[in-house]
Design a protein around this ligand. Structure first.
Ligand code: UD1
Length: 416
């Protein structure tokens, strides 16, 4: 099994190119299933999750061609609207096929995702909303069967602005009969891009980027091409590394998508300079401790919580980090404490006392973002760190060691 080996405390400098966003490309890929035709997606990150989604689309019957960040999907021959357990259990985003396949075929069978490393992660919002659109939902042998001759527009209100449920329902409602109104919809940039893409395909979605979406169903969609937005979570991970280890410039970013993180980094004392498509960060002379509570967009992303915890372990004082989106998402904490960090947990709150230095250690990844936080901590720690179970990082970060190496880090992958 591969490990990442880091000799820590190398200074970072230079430029790094940010890849396309994982959480944007995955629903876009499933949206292509809505049409009988060929769709082209560019700036597609070469990730394990992208490859898993390609595999799923191929099982469903689509033809996929992925070369150099360009993905062509021909959904003409799609004939098997089923997502098997083996794939859904490795990537929850597989659940995004539910809405589009139901809309196109009037029938879909998708494995129920189950829990994950951060707790239960239910899908009740997806299912209740589909029922409101007129779908008959049954659960059989761990699979959800959804049926509807043609979905009908309805008023849907989510208790929480779920990213996945909003994505699934806009895809389902795009060709429903009549008008669907979603209140408390997610406003994340990845959902904005999905809605923009559906409109390019001929859908009629209004209120994009607000919490009230209005979707007027159309009879037919046509294929369309799109370039995936840059990955704000990958960018945020590099910003944390820059804040600890030297002035770096991120290219191919949309700074607005990172507003809440950039303002927290300024509060830490880091120097930030942005253009329309780049961000340069210089470390603070003294890293101030800064409390942070995750929230839905435009708040601080839960996907950057683990990396922020890593940063705060080296701050000059104490900080409090609360995750309000996923209460159990702290599996990185005991691993960070193995570096000598001083973090105590109280439910969904991490109480961090900054230490002078982290010391390299063997640690283990537990999920994508926890892995990123361990890599950043390892880069800042004195001596050698080895990170095992790095298949998690490969799900969501493209060429992470090569990118850090190009900035001057001493990091390599070792097959053990
Ligand atoms: C997406 C992201 C993930 C990110 C998360 C929150 C993708 C592929 N993944 O996950 O990286 O961390 O958004 O920004 O884009 N909930 C329910 N019932 C539901 C659905 C959600 O109770 O049916 C709850 C969840 O338990 C959680 C909250 O709503 O507490 C937000 O979850 P959601 O926005 O749905 O996350 P995902 O779409 O799974």
């Amino acid at each position: 099994m591969d490990k990442i080996i880091i000799q820590g405390q190398a200074k970072l400098s230079g430029e790094v190119e940010i890849s396309g966003a994982k959480n944007a490309v995955l629903p876009i890929m499933t949206a292509t299933l809505l049409v009988n035709g060929v769709s082209k997606i560019s700036q597609v990150p070469d990730l394990k999750d992208t490859r898993t989604m390609i595999k799923l689309l191929e099982i469903i019957g689509a033809k996929c061609d992925f070369i150099n960040g360009n993905l062509k999907i021909d959904a003409t021959s799609v004939d098997n609207p089923e997502a098997p357990y083996d794939l859904v259990k490795t990537m929850r985003a597989s659940f995004y096929v539910l809405g589009p396949l139901l809309a196109r075929f009037g029938y879909v069978k998708v494995s129920l995702p189950g829990g994950c490393a951060w707790g239960p992660r239910p899908v009740d919002y997806h299912l209740n909303a589909l029922k409101k659109l007129g779908a008959k939902i049954t659960l059989k042998s761990g699979y959800i069967l959804a049926e509807a001759k043609r979905l009908k527009g309805a008023n849907i209100s989510f208790d929480f602005p779920s990213v996945g449920a909003t994505g699934n329902i806009v895809m389902a409602a795009a060709t429903a009969l009549g008008i669907t109104k979603i209140s408390n919809a997610a406003k994340e940039p990845e959902i904005v891009q999905l809605c923009d893409y559906l409109n390019l395909m001929g859908a009629n979605i209004k209120g994009i980027g607000t919490s009230k979406l209005v979707i007027e169903g159309v009879d037919l969609l046509k294929s369309a091409d799109i370039k995936v937005i840059p990955d704000r979570i990958e960018a945020g991970t590099f910003l944390v590394a820059g804040a600890l280890l030297g002035e770096i410039t991120l290219k191919n970013v949309i700074p607005k998508h990172l507003d809440s993180m950039l303002s927290k980094l300024s509060d830490c004392g880091c120097d930030i300079a942005s253009t329309e498509t780049s961000i340069t960060i210089s470390p603070a002379k003294l890293l101030n401790p800064v409390d942070m509570t995750t929230d839905v967009y435009p708040g601080f992303a839960t996907d950057l919580q683990a990396q922020w915890v890593a940063l705060m372990t080296l701050a000059e004082g104490s900080s409090i980090i609360t995750d309000n989106v996923y209460h159990d998402r702290f599996s990185h904490v005991p691993e960070l404490n193995r570096f000598g960090a001083n973090i105590k947990m109280k439910k969904n709150v991490a109480l961090i006392r900054g230490v002078k230095e982290l010391i390299g250690a063997p640690v283990m990844s537990t999920d994508i973002r926890a892995s990123a936080s361990l890599i950043v901590a390892g880069l800042a720690a004195k001596g050698e760190t080895s990170v095992s179970r790095i298949y998690h990082i490969d799900r969501g970060y493209e060429k992470i060691e090569a990118k850090f190496r190009s900035l001057g880090a001493n990091i390599m992958r070792k097959n053990t």
